[in-house]
Every structure is written in structure tokens, then in C-alpha cells.
Design a protein around this ligand. Structure first.
Ligand SMILES: Nc1nc2c(ncn2[C@@H]2O[C@H](COP(=O)(O)OP(=O)(O)OP(=O)(O)O)[C@@H](O)[C@H]2O)c(=O)[nH]1
Ligand SMILES: [Mg+2]
Length: 419
């Protein structure tokens, strides 16, 4: 197993910084998720970044000693490194040195399964590498393989700049083709008029576990970060009979590398269509407020700040102190305490979702001709039917429907709207 030494860095001049404990625990989770063995996590608080090595000479010396004593293979910095800093550090430490972005890209490379997912990761990886390719081709062999040097799937990383540019533009074209295909699927779904609920949240908050709990999806879940890269949609019939589509998404992360956000924007487009977001937050994680902020800022980036949201405060089974949970609930408006794992209180979430959609519905009485029996079935599936009477002049239906569905039936000349 590859042995890694972690260097958790806080630079006092950086504007938005996390507490150093949070930076270091997250770096450790990321490193473990990438499959390396963590030897030590060195904390480094600097007044300012230096252009050549990022950190000061004294700290560099300390890291160098630990790396040699413990025969470390790789050094992982929690802070992004410029191409120059990375080269200098590798030279000074005599070891492969990578930064947080490379570590995250590495995890994504390992997880990507679908052709689209693989392309998105490769695109992000190449865009990250391009400005770092020194002269005509970086010597990837210099890095000695392993973490931070993998490409997704079978694709061999091209190392010539010109070729990298060509590959980037090919990947963009291919991804665009996936995007238009996805657009067709989205249009089809919109035509179905089924409401869409999208689960969003920090990585490992329990989105996929919740999707599995609510529907019969069989999404893979694990304590590793970024388990889900490919979104999955499943429909669920609510207790009132209404069908709703639920979608899982890729997890968010504090300062997610922007190339990755760009690459995954297409996948996240689905979130734009959401009628309701369920923001899954892990209550058992000390960093809950930081996670919340990170998710808000990604939603903001994606232009989704104004979507209606229900907050699922997940993993309550891990918190024995119920009064603490109540306080936590008061901190988040529209929140429900639950456990996706044990199923505790997930019914309350279903009820809230149902209430939300019911509140958007219009009550209506209509009469349809006997020759349009298929509409009865349609309304049973797409609306909430309260009463049906078979009259001589037609079938009278009292029902509650969404605004979209109302506009649709309003155009059907054979449907008579009574009130
Ligand atoms: N104790 C407890 N563990 C949970 C609960 N929900 C999820 N987990 C665990 O948390 C870990 C992450 O769950 P996932 O469902 O994979 O999380 P996710 O949000 O889909 O994560 P990514 O796909 O990586 O972004 C897994 O080990 C789950 O078993 C819960 O309610 N209680
Ligand atoms: Mg998941």
C-alpha cells in the first residue's frame, strides 16, 4: 500500500479558512478514500504562502525528516500548489508531492464508472494538468505511478501539450453529445409532469442511503467520500397516490476544484429541473455548519439558491442526546431529524414532501366524455383523485392537480372544467 504523509496547511492570509482541525480531518478522509495508508498528518500554520515552497524552510525540513524516517512514498498537501511549488517540493523532498485537487481528482478517477463520468473526470484532470505541463511534456514517470497519476479508465494520459489540448476539445464535444441526449430525456420526463425531488448535500452525508430507503434504488453507499458519481433517478408513489421522481447527485465538497465543478455541471443540470431539493446534512459530523455553507455556495454557483428546500438532518441514530438534536433542528429552517440507516422518522420526510406538493395543487371538478376512459387512469397516476361519479353526460372527477397539469388539460377541448 502506498504510504502517504499528509501536510495540513492553514495560511493566515487566506480569506475563507476552515479551522485547522477540520482541514486536517477532511484531508485524512480524502486520503483514506483514495486508498493510501496515512503515516502521519503534519499540521502547518503559516503567516503567508511562499512562492517557492508554499511553506517555510523549517517546516520543510521537519517534513523531509519524517518522510525519510518512515519511508513515505507520497506527500499530500491540503493546499493547492502551483506548478513551481510542486516541482520544488518534489525536488527538495525527493518524493512525489501532490495537492488536494490532485487527490480529489484521483478519487474521482477511481470512482468513475459510466463513460460520461470517465470523460468528465478525464477532462477535469487534463485541464488541471495543462498549465502544469512544463515545456514539451511533463514526465509523469517522474511521479512514479500510484495516487495522483492515474487517468480514468483505459485512457492513457497524453503528455504533449498540443495533444492534451486536442484531447480536451474532443472530450468537450463528446460530453456535449451526452448532454443533448440527457436534454431529450429531461424533456420527456417534463412531458410526464411528474414532480422531481433531488437529493443534494455534502459528500458522505447519506444521500444514496436515503434514496435507497425511500425508493427501491440500490445505489452503492460507503463511508468513502464521493461514492456516487453517476446520478440515478427512481420514482416513488407517495401515500396519497402521487408519483414523484427522486434523484441522487454527486456529493459536494468544501472548495471543490473548479475544473471538477465545470466538468460535472452537465450532470448537475438535473438539479435545475428540481421542483424541490432535499438537502441531506450529517448531524453527527462536527463540521455540519461548514458543510451547510459549502453546499449553499455550490448551489449559489449553480444558480439554485432560490429553489425550495427541505433539510434532512440525517444520522440521528449516532446522537444519543435528543435535546441536542432539537437544538440542531432549530438551527435549520424546514428541517426534519431522521436516520436513513434505521429508517427512523423517514416517514416524516415523506409527509413533508407530500404536504409541500399538495400545497401547490389546485382543487378542481371536471367532466370528461365516456369515450376518454384513459384519462381516469391518467389522473389516478398524475394527480390526486378525490371523487369520481359516472354520470349520463360524462365522468365527473373531483381532483387536485399541479399547475403544469392544469395548463395541459385546459388545452383539451373535450375536458369540461366545472370549477
Ligand atoms: N449511522 C448512520 N450512518 C449512515 C446514515 N446514513 C448514511 N450513513 C452512512 O454514511 C456513509 C455515507 O453514506 P452514503 O449514502 O454513501 O452517502 P452519500 O451522501 O451518498 O455520499 P457520496 O455519494 O459519497 O457523496 C455510509 O457509510 C452510510 O452507511 C444514518 O442515518 N446513520
Ligand atoms: Mg452517494
Amino acid at each position: 500500500m502506498e504510504k502517504a504523509l499528509l501536510v495540513s496547511i492553514q495560511i493566515k492570509t487566506d480569506k475563507h479558512h476552515w479551522r485547522i482541525e477540520d482541514i486536517s480531518s477532511e484531508l485524512e478522509e480524502l486520503a483514506v478514500s483514495s486508498g493510501v495508508q496515512v503515516i502521519e498528518n503534519v499540521i502547518c500554520i503559516c503567516d503567508k504562502a511562499t512562492a517557492n515552497y508554499l511553506i517555510g524552510k523549517g517546516k520543510l525540513e521537519e517534513i523531509s525528516v519524517i518522510a525519510s524516517e518512515d519511508a513515505v512514498d507520497t506527500i499530500i498537501f491540503s493546499h493547492d500548489l502551483s506548478g513551481t511549488q510542486q516541482r520544488n517540493l518534489e525536488e527538495a523532498l525527493g518524493r512525489k508531492t501532490i495537492d488536494r485537487t490532485q487527490l480529489i481528482l484521483d478519487i474521482f478517477s477511481r470512482r468513475a464508472k459510466s463513460p460520461e463520468g470517465k470523460m468528465q473526470v478525464e477532462l477535469a484532470l487534463l485541464q488541471y494538468l495543462l498549465p502544469r505541463l512544463a515545456g514539451k511534456g511533463i514526465m509523469l514517470s517522474r511521479l512514479g505511478g500510484g495516487i495522483g497519476t492515474r487517468g480514468p479508465g483505459e485512457t492513457k494520459l497524453e503528455v504533449d501539450r498540443r495533444q492534451v489540448r486536442k484531447r480536451i476539445s474532443k472530450l468537450k464535444d463528446d460530453l456535449e453529445a451526452f448532454r443533448s441526449h440527457r436534454l431529450t430525456t429531461r424533456k420527456k420526463r417534463k412531458g410526464n409532469n411528474l414532480p422531481l425531488v433531488v437529493l443534494v448535500g455534502y459528500t458522505s452525508s447519506g444521500k444514496s442511503t436515503l434514496l435507497n430507503r425511500l425508493t427501491d434504488a440500490a445505489q452503492t453507499t460507503s463511508e468513502n467520500l464521493f461514492t456516487t458519481l453517476d446520478p440515478l433517478s427512481k420514482s416513488l408513489q407517495m401515500p396519497n397516490g402521487q408519483n414523484i421522481i427522486f434523484s441522487d447527485t454527486v456529493g459536494f465538497l468544501h472548495e471543490l476544484p473548479h475544473h471538477l465543478i465545470d466538468a460535472f455541471k452537465a450532470t448537475l443540470e438535473e438539479v435545475r429541473d428540481a421542483d424541490l431539493l432535499i438537502h441531506v446534512l450529517d448531524v453527527a459530523d462536527q463540521r455540519i455548519h461548514q458543510h451547510n455553507q459549502s453546499v449553499q455556495s455550490v448551489l449559489d454557483d449553480l444558480g439554485l439558491k432560490d429553489k425550495p428546500v427541505l433539510v434532512a438532518l440525517n444520522k440521528i441514530d449516532l446522537i444519543p442526546d435528543r435535546s441536542w438534536l432539537e437544538v440542531c433542528k432549530n438551527n435549520f429552517p424546514n428541517s426534519i431529524l431522521l436516520s436513513a440507516k434505521t429508517g427512523e422518522n423517514t416517514k416524516a420526510l415523506i409527509d413533508s414532501i407530500e404536504n409541500y406538493f399538495s400545497s401547490l395543487m389546485l382543487s378542481l371538478k371536471i367532466i370528461i366524455p365516456h369515450g376518454r376512459m384513459e384519462l381516469v387512469d391518467f389522473f389516478y397516476r398524475q394527480a390526486k383523485v378525490d371523487k369520481i361519479d359516472y354520470l349520463q353526460r360524462g365522468i365527473s372527477i373531483s381532483l387536485r392537480i399541479s399547475r403544469e397539469l392544469f395548463s395541459k388539460i385546459n388545452k383539451d377541448k373535450e375536458i369540461k372544467i366545472i370549477y
